[in-house]
Design a protein around this ligand. Structure first.
Ligand code: PMV
Length: 300
């Protein structure tokens, strides 16, 4: 870790940190209640640079937002800082933008302090920052953002159980952007308020994730499980007509299966494919923003 102290500016400091974005292959919402989820990091990230200033703390490169200010306050020393935030992660698209920001802030702060943190320490420090954005995060977004790679995650008695997945499947994922923003806090609260009615569906999602884990190398078996996961998310009430339409479009275009990813209410649909090109072509013809990705090595 390097800490810059520019000459002539006694206590000037600079810290840099990064947090990766993610996609959930399956298990969203159920993971908040102790069921498992499977996640992988995407090659998109949020980067934070902290620079000392003699003035009040200012955010640069970010839309003004109370929760963002609170998150910075939770992660950064109270003195004056210029907080530069740069991200190629779309906000509210189910790709873990708030967790990536929390991880980037924690890493920038540690860099500033000359501390070298392992992923577990980053996780412990980033969870309270993520909580500023939504009150009861499962932690899966922060875990994958801090580690990168591909993992199975579950919260047991409040403690995270993180199991890296070393298998590198041959399938690819195409993410199709609905163009709509989902609000994770609102959707998590929506499910929480209907727990007694929705618990059986959450348990079905948990059981589905266990089945998916057994067939991670077989897209012909895994794909239909993704589509089943989407139907269960619909039954929870977190999908919408645009997301359902994108799932149908992906399957009509030859995907093995598809589902919304993240909290829902907007964001992306992910489709499991052998070759991303045909679906990317269909998406482009219909003016839908899309990109291909796949589980990768741990590269936080
Ligand atoms: O919408 P995102 O990218 O923040 O994903 C939320 C995933 C949930 O399972 C709905 C919430 C959580 O904390 O795991």
């Amino acid at each position: 870790m390097r800490t810059d102290r520019p000459p002539g500016f006694g206590c000037a400091l600079r810290g840099i940190g990064q947090g990766l974005g993610k996609l959930l292959l399956c298990g969203e919402h159920a993971v908040v209640y102790g069921h498992p989820a499977i996640a992988f990091a995407v090659d998109r990230a949020t980067r934070v640079t902290l620079e000392r200033t003699e003035h009040a703390t200012t955010l640069i490169g970010a839309v003004e937002d109370d929760r963002l200010r609170d998150a910075v306050r939770a992660a950064v020393p109270p003195e004056g800082w210029r907080v530069h935030i740069a991200s190629d992660l779309p906000i509210g698209r189910g790709m873990g933008s708030s967790a990536a920001l929390a991880v980037a802030l924690v890493r920038a702060r540690a860099h500033l302090d000359g501390e070298s943190l392992g992923p577990d320490q980053v996780f412990d420090r980033a969870i309270p920052v993520e909580r500023v954005f939504h009150g009861n995060p499962s932690g899966v977004d922060v875990a994958i953002s801090a580690r990168g790679g591909f993992l199975r995650y579950r919260r047991e008695d409040g403690a995270p159980r993180i199991e890296p997945i070393r298998r590198r499947p041959r399938w690819r994922v195409v993410a199709l952007d609905s163009g709509e923003v989902g609000n994770t806090a609102v959707l998590v609260d929506y499910v929480a308020a209907r727990r007694s009615k929705l618990d059986p569906i959450l348990a079905q999602i948990g059981a589905l994730v266990d089945r998916a884990f057994e067939v991670l190398d077989a897209p012909d078996s895994l794909g239909p499980l993704l589509t089943e996961n989407h139907a269960l998310l619909r039954a929870l009430g977190v999908s919408n007509p645009r997301l359902d339409e994108l799932v149908a479009m992906a399957i009509d275009s030859g995907a093995w299966g598809a589902k919304l990813a993240g909290a829902g209410g907007g964001g992306v649909v992910i489709a499991l494919v052998d070759d991303p090109e045909p679906l990317l072509r269909v998406a482009s013809q219909r003016g839908i923003s899309a990109f291909a990705c796949a589980p990768a090595e741990e590269t936080p």
